[in-house]
Design a protein around this ligand. Structure first.
Ligand code: NAD
Length: 262
C-alpha cells in the first residue's frame, strides 16, 4: 500500500474504529494498524470482525475486537473502557458505524426512522461522549473524526431520513469542536461521496441492475469520473487524526471526487 504517512506515524497511539468489520471502517482500521497504531475494532458480526482482526494481526499489526451495537449507550461506554483496559488509553475515535435508508418520507415507517436515528445519530453521540470523557480524564487531548456524508451537505432524491442523520453529525461535530478545543480535543468530520463498499448497492435495490452498472452510473455524475475507495477515506481520517492537523478542528471534509463542488 503506498502512503504518504511514515510506517510508524501512529506508533503508541490507540485508535478506536466503530463499524470496522466492513467497508470504510475496515479499510481505515487496517490503514491505522499498518502505520503502527493499536486498533480497537468494533463490529456486530463475529465472523466479519474476526476476519478483519486476523488480517491485521497476521500482518504484524496490533488490534483487538469488540462486538456490540453502538445504538446501545451502555455498550458505547463499555467499548471505550475495553479499549483503555486493553491498550492503556484512547487517542483517536473514528465514529464511523452507520446504516443507510432510501426512500421518500411518505414511504418511511416510524420503526425505520427510529432504527436509523438510533444508530447514525444516537450511536455517534454516545460514542463521541464516551470518548470525550476518556480523553478529558487522560488530560492530553485527542482527536475525534465523525462520519458524515456528502448527504449531510447537499440534497439527493430518496434520501431525506439518511441525510437528516448526516446533517445532524455536521452540527454535532462543530459544536463539540468548540466545546472541547481548550481540552485539546479536536473534532472533525469526513463527508464521503460515493465510495465502493457494501452500502453502495443499497440505493439501487429498487432498480434491476448489476453492481457493475451501478458503479458506471455513479461515475457519470462524479467530476473525477471514478468511485472512491475506502482507502481514500482512510487517508483523510489519518490526516485529521494526526499532528499534521493540529490546527484543524470543527471542519467538514468532503472526499467526493468533486461532487459537492457543483
Ligand atoms: P458498510 O455497510 O460496509 O459499513 C458500515 C459498518 O457499520 C458495518 O461494519 C456495519 O456492521 C456497521 N454498523 C452498522 N450498524 C451498527 C451498529 N448499530 N453498531 C455497530 N456497528 C454497526 O458501509 P460503509 O460504506 O463502509 O459505511 C460506513 C460509514 O460511511 C457509514 O456511516 C455510512 O453512512 C458512511 N458513508 C458511506 C458512503 C459510501 O458511499 N459508502 C458515503 C458517505 C458516508
Amino acid at each position: 500500500m503506498s502512503s504518504v504517512f511514515a510506517n510508524d506515524a501512529f506508533a503508541g497511539k490507540t485508535v478506536l474504529v466503530t463499524g470496522a468489520s466492513s467497508g470504510i471502517g475496515e479499510g481505515t482500521a487496517k490503514a491505522f494498524a499498518a502505520h503502527g497504531a493499536n486498533v480497537m475494532i468494533n463490529g456486530r458480526d463475529a465472523a466479519r470482525g474476526g476476519a478483519v482482526l486476523d488480517a491485521i494481526v497476521s500482518g504484524g499489526g496490533s488490534a483487538a475486537l469488540s462486538l456490540g451495537d453502538v445504538a446501545d449507550s451502555a455498550y458505547c461506554d463499555r467499548l471505550v473502557k475495553e479499549t483503555v483496559d486493553r491498550f492503556g488509553r484512547l487517542d483517536v475515535l473514528f465514529n464511523n458505524a452507520g446504516i443507510c435508508l432510501h426512500g421518500p418520507v411518505d414511504e418511511t415507517s416510524d420503526d425505520d426512522w427510529d432504527h436509523l436515528i438510533g444508530i447514525n445519530v444516537s450511536g455517534s453521540f454516545y460514542m463521541a461522549r464516551a470518548a470525550v470523557r476518556q480523553m478529558k480524564a487522560q488530560g492530553d487531548g485527542g482527536a475525534i473524526v465523525n462520519m458524515s456524508s456528502e448527504c449531510g451537505l447537499i440534497a439527493y432524491e430518496r434520501l431525506p431520513a439518511y441525510s437528516a442523520t448526516k446533517g445532524a453529525i455536521v452540527m454535532l461535530t462543530k459544536c463539540m469542536a468548540i466545546d472541547h478545543a481548550r481540552d485539546g480535543i479536536r473534532v472533525n468530520a469526513v463527508c464521503p461521496g460515493d465510495i465502493d463498499t457494501p452500502m453502495t448497492d443499497l440505493g439501487w435495490a429498487h432498480l434491476d441492475i448489476s453492481s457493475e452498472e451501478i458503479r458506471e452510473k455513479l461515475k457519470e455524475h462524479i467530476p473525477l469520473g471514478k468511485v472512491g475507495r475506502p482507502l481514500d477515506i482512510a487517508h483523510a481520517v489519518m490526516y485529521l487524526a494526526s499532528d499534521a492537523a493540529g490546527f484543524v478542528t470543527g471542519t467538514l471534509l468532503p472526499i467526493d471526487g468533486g461532487t459537492t463542488a457543483r
